[in-house]
Design a protein around this ligand. Structure first.
Ligand SMILES: Cc1ncc(COP(=O)(O)O)c(C=O)c1O
Length: 405
């Protein structure tokens, strides 16, 4: 620890605790710099980031091409609002639609905003295209879902902790068990407008549905003319070893929502990609956002998408994900109940007797690995997709020291 910085971390933590709302319980590491898979704290210690800001940093910290694009655009034009057109929007639309296989896109900022946008679009589509009676459109969601933190979204969460104290909530949502295609078939009524689902429940504890689940729900939604909304905010853009997680099942949702890594962690950028008859229901004045689709966001997102493709990050996620998962599964440990994952979205579930995942995340931090518990007993390992085998071995050695007992 340098003398200059001695006590700096404590001062920053005290400032946060004095002035900030208490809605997070971060690990007490104060970061100041990042590069690739590595981050550095104010005392000069280096850590491997194995959370990637909940998959927003698929391209790694401060990816040079994304930083360059951001700097260049920031000096040129940052914001116009959508009151005027700008020369970065159209090229971004074309790029993302071409890459993800959609007709139309609507850019927003955060993931939750994009989910709200998808819900609005599907409800309006239900009334104007499907002919469902006004105010009746229903959306089916899954138990244990996580789609963000707005009042509407937490209203259909099944996690009491997320919703307690925040009601009354938006009506029109029904929850069914995750991974159960028959449950969807049974839950659909003539008023069902949409079904919204995560390909893997990330916040829910890295829960992977049975193989072929999305293919089955695609077929059910087709048969009942129900819009399939797939939330790829965490799983999309290479994280699971394919550009979209739904690619594993060879399907295209009617609406796919992406965010997080769409900007390589540089800036909040999200997007709703959909079939034209769904997003086409919006007319001027129906929906908007001052910052959504701004020039800086578009320039950053294009660079982020280009980096993903040029550097074959999805392939690396698949290879490194398989490698890390196999090595973790081979760990001899009385603490580990299960290792599951797809690509570089990996969960290690600990036995309840281990006393909760948090203490092991703290122990891993002492070994210079940053990761976070998800739910009480699961540690999520989700490093940037650029991780090399050498870096993975470095991490695995330390994970073994903490969990291998
Ligand atoms: C699957 C999923 N949907 C939506 C969100 C919400 O995104 P944001 O935090 O950008 O609002 C998240 C964030 O973790 C997520 O994992």
């Amino acid at each position: 620890m340098s003398e200059k910085n001695e006590g700096a971390a404590q001062r920053f933590i005290a400032l946060e605790d004095t002035y900030g709302a208490n809605n997070y319980l971060p690990l007490d590491v104060v970061l100041t710099r990042g590069k690739g898979v590595w981050v550095f704290d104010v005392d000069g210690n280096r850590y491997m980031d194995m959370l990637s800001s909940y998959s927003a940093l698929n391209q790694g910290h401060c990816h040079p091409a994304i930083v360059r694009a951001m700097k260049r655009q920031a000096k040129r034009l940052a914001l116009t609002s959508r009151a005027f057109r700008h020369d970065r929007l159209g090229p971004f639309y074309k790029e993302i639609c071409g890459l993800l296989g959609y007709d139309t896109v609507l850019p927003m900022n955060s993931g939750a905003e994009a989910i709200e946008t998808a819900i609005k679009a599907v409800r309006k589509w239900a009334y104007t295209v499907r002919g469902i009676t006004e105010e009746k459109a229903g959306i089916i969601v899954c138990e244990n879902n996580f789609h963000g933190r707005t009042v509407t979204i937490v209203g259909f969460s099944t996690e009491p902790r997320y919703k307690r104290g925040f009601g009354p909530f938006t009506p029109g949502f029904t929850a069914i068990p995750y991974g159960d295609a028959d449950a969807l078939e049974h839950a659909i009524t003539p008023d069902t407008a949409g079904f919204m689902v995560e390909p893997v429940q990330g916040e829910g504890g890295i829960i992977i549905p049975p193989s072929g689940y999305l293919k089955a729900v695609r077929e059910i939604c087709d048969r009942h003319d129900v819009a399939l909304i797939v939330d790829e905010i965490q799983t999309g853009l290479g994280r699971t070893g394919r550009m979209l997680a739904q690619d594993h099942d060879g399907i295209r949702a009617d609406v796919t929502v992406v965010g997080k890594a769409l900007s390589g962690g540089m800036y909040p950028v999200s997007a709703v990609c959909a079939k034209r008859d769904i997003l086409g229901v919006f007319t001027p004045g129906d929906h908007g956002s001052t910052f959504g689709g701004n020039p800086l966001a578009c320039a950053v997102a294009r660079a982020a998408l280009e980096a993903l493709q040029k550097e074959n990050m999805a392939e690396n996620a698949r290879e490194m994900g398989d490698y890390i998962k196999t090595r973790l599964s081979g760990l001899k440990s009385r603490l580990v109940k299960a290792v599951r994952g797809i690509g570089l979205l990996i969960g290690v579930e600990l036995y309840p007797e281990a006393g909760g995942a948090r203490r092991y995340c703290e122990a891993l931090m002492q070994k210079r690995i940053l990761c976070k518990e998800t739910h009480e007993h699961v540690i999520r390992f989700a490093p940037p997709l650029i991780i090399t085998k050498k870096e993975a071995d470095w991490a695995l050695e330390r994970i073994r020291e903490v969990l291998g007992r």
